[in-house]
Design a protein around this ligand. Structure first.
Ligand SMILES: Nc1ncnc2c1ncn2[C@@H]1O[C@H](COP(=O)(O)OP(=O)(O)OP(=O)(O)O)[C@@H](O)[C@H]1O
Length: 333
């Protein structure tokens, strides 16, 4: 598989004028030429293949937006090599732009005072999209994201959810091979988030558009991205599937057993009793080698068991556990 994106030891450091506090500090700031360096991205390497959907995750300030900006050619890496569709993004920014789509949740690419459809028409001209292709894409995407009711309205009159849907459609009109999205669902209500997620998952599946997505909403990842790239304090700390991360953290499935009559505190060797509500008992299954069959075998058939529910830990819990474990390891003497 040829990689569409190849990052090798990519770093980005920002140089900032050193600021001194207080009134005299402000004067000193003006006359000194001292700088501090911020390491936004440090030695990051990964590949992204055709049709992959990758969630780029990390806490605030971990360097996600900076990495997206380097891949889209807006920022120049301080060191390392970065190739997107065979090009160095910042050196061939225009050629790169023709084959990628970009959506920044915090910044609009639509013309604020023009009707949505006018921004789309301008996009068609700038990107030289053949008329039939443009018409097909516009029809299909507008239907999927329900844009038709507000195509003729000025962008400044749209709600955030409507504007984001329009941004996403515009980013795809020229059939990009890769779509970069920086927090595309930020501030959206649950219905709009759901529509955007389903649309992106469908575009990825149907058209094979590779997706690189940063978000703080892990449900976005769960719906769209099988693969996670996780960063912390500018460095890459995990690259793989959510299932691998779950496995690496050990199994911690939750089990709920409901009985017709209360069998009393039912301690088991195969599962840890975590809450006893009488008829309902909650357990943690934290051993890989123990399955539900083992637990049921231990309970036996004569306890009046009425119902069973087994739950895998949700994505929030998996990611939180991973970062907490890492922070604890870093803090250890
Ligand atoms: N233009 C800039 N000049 C100086 N420092 C910057 C600049 N842009 C980003 N940084 C710094 O680089 C680091 C990484 O920033 P970045 O915006 O990439 O983080 P992020 O992971 O996208 O964060 P968030 O989740 O809050 O959006 C931060 O410490 C930030 O303050």
């Amino acid at each position: 598989m040829t990689a569409l994106i190849q990052a090798r030891g990519v770093s980005k450091r920002f140089r900032q004028h050193k600021r001194f506090p207080g009134f005299f500090g402000a004067l000193k700031t003006l006359v000194t030429s001292e700088y501090t360096e911020v390491a936004a991205v440090t030695d990051v390497s990964f590949d992204v293949g055709p049709g992959e959907a990758v969630g780029y995750l990390g806490p605030n300030g971990a360097g996600k937006s900076t990495m997206i900006k380097m891949m889209t050619g807006i920022l120049v890496p301080s060191s390392g090599t970065l190739s997107v569709l065979g090009r160095t993004p910042h050196e061939q920014r225009l050629a790169n732009a023709r084959e990628i789509g970009v959506v920044f949740g915090q910044r609009s690419q639509l013309w604020w005072d023009l009707p949505v459809i006018d921004s789309f028409t301008l996009h068609q001209r700038i990107y030289d999209i053949p008329a039939a292709r443009y018409a097909d894409n516009l029809k299909r995407f507008s239907e999927l994201l329900d844009l038709t009711p507000f195509l003729d309205r000025a962008v400044r009159q749209l709600s955030l959810g409507q504007r984001m849907r329009a941004e996403i459609v515009m980013s795809l009109l020229h059939d990009p091979k890769i779509l970069f999205l920086d927090e595309p669902t930020i501030g959206l209500d649950v219905v709009a988030k759901d529509a955007v997620r389903k649309f992106l998952a469908e575009i990825n599946r149907e058209r094979g558009v590779s997706i690189i997505l940063t978000t703080h909403d892990l449900q976005d990842i769960e719906t769209i991205c099988p693969r996670l790239v996780m960063v912390d304090q500018s460095k890459l700390i995990f690259d793989g599937e959510l299932g691998n991360l779950r496995a690496a953290l050990g199994s911690s499935r939750r089990l709920m057993l409901e009985f017709a009559t209360d069998p009393g505190p039912l301690e088991l060797t195969t599962a840890k009793l975590t809450a006893d509500e009488g008829l309902r008992k909650h357990y943690l299954l934290d051993r890989e080698d123990v399955s539900l069959i083992h637990v049921l075998g231990e309970i036996g058939g004569d306890r009046g068991l009425k119902d069973i529910a087994l739950e895998e830990p949700g994505i929030e819990e998996v990611i939180r556990t991973f970062y907490q474990g890492r922070n604890a390891a870093l803090a250890a003497p």
